[in-house]
Design a protein around this ligand. Structure first.
Ligand code: NAG
Length: 329
């Protein structure tokens, strides 16, 4: 049992991440993090993810899973309780194993160990399980333990330790090849309505910090969209402009995303540029925003200035007429 986590540390993730724009999400993985401050203090954190969407947390005091969505259990109920028990033992056991082997593996406090394990969907079927993690002195592939070339004796010691835990290896093997794939298919189905929703982005333009004399930084903000795949381009007519800087796609708090894409141009060349947003929620109707067109702020100004002008003219006329009547009488 105790070797489960050690195994989880070292297997390297195969597959890439070429995600189909309309098949989203496509993977389930757990992230476990241990923080070892000193020989008497350690803490763990756990979470479960569908691609970059968190659906589970872990209460490390109670040793229970936190289900962040009503459908986070997928079609597991009793099985989820079993998994939870397994993880509770595993969190405690792993902490113990690491603390017992700190000197054997020449680890120095404080340190952090992170483990990622999960599976990926390929053409509608859940396969392609993987594990990877935070120590680099061994690798595990096809059930065999291989010390890293530059690991000195640490890798060999680790592999020797591993052979003592065949039962744990079998549990991991079953989790990855059977339990997680089944869970992934179930949870994708249970959460279908929310996972397959389409939320349209809002987009707006602003200018960023001037990159230099005579230059402008045009910023196109795109926010509130779901799912995550999006394409944002700076255009002149139908011509995509080279050299835009795309930021990271950042999560909003409500399971939607935000992205900004900037373009550094000579001040004289900004007119006529537009930002074009393609997203599955928009169908063929891309959002196109033109640089230099009246923004909402100038519209507001017009809305304030025009009525004030009219009012001033009326007042002026009224005073003038009063004044002329007074002069007559
Ligand atoms: C161990 O680390 C914890 C958390 O940083 C700290 O509160 C505690 O005093 C430390 N204990 C020892 C024996 O250093």
């Amino acid at each position: 049992m105790l070797l489960l986590p050690l195994l989880l540390l070292v297997v390297i993730l195969p597959g890439g991440d070429n995600k189909d724009m309309f098949q989203w999400p496509t993977s389930y993985h757990i992230i476990h993090i241990w923080i070892f401050a000193n020989s008497s203090w350690a803490q763990n954190q756990g979470s479960g993810w569908l691609d970059d969407l968190q659906i589970q947390g872990w209460d490390s005091d109670l040793g229970t899973t936190i289900f962040l969505k009503s459908w986070s259990k997928g079609n597991f109920s009793d099985e989820m309780t079993e998994l939870q028990d397994l993880f509770r033992v595993y969190f405690i056991g792993f902490t113990q194993v690491v603390q017992d082997h700190v000197s054997v593996f020449q680890l120095e406090y404080p340190f952090v160990i992170q483990v990622i394990a999960g599976c990926e969907l390929h053409s509608g079927e859940a396969i392609g399980s993987s594990l990877r993690g935070g120590l680099d002195f061994v690798r595990i592939r096809n059930d065999s333990c291989v010390p890293a070339p530059d690991s000195s004796s640490r890798g060999q010691k680790f592999c020797a330790l591993m052979t003592q835990y065949q039962g744990t290896s079998n549990i991991i093997e079953r989790l990855l090849s059977e339990t997680y794939p089944r869970y992934l298919l179930g949870v994708l189905d249970a959460g279908k309505a929310e996972l397959q929703k389409q939320v349209r982005p809002e987009a707006w333009l602003s200018s960023g910090t001037t990159p230099g004399p005579g230059r402008l930084l045009l910023v196109c903000h795109v926010s509130g969209f779901y799912p995550k795949p999006v394409r944002v381009m700076w255009m002149r007519g139908e011509q995509e402009q080279p050299g835009p800087q795309q930021g990271d796609i950042i999560p909003n708090a409500d399971w939607t995303w935000y992205l900004r894409v900037t373009l550094n141009v000579a001040a004289g060349e900004a007119a006529g540029l537009s930002c074009r947003v393609k997203h599955s929620s928009l169908g063929d109707q891309d959002i196109i925003l033109y640089w230099g067109h009246p923004t909402s702020i100038s519209l507001i100004l017009v809305a304030i200035i025009v009525p004030s002008l009219i009012l001033s003219i009326c007042l002026a006329l009224w005073f003038w007429r009063r004044w002329s009547y007074q002069n007559i009488s």
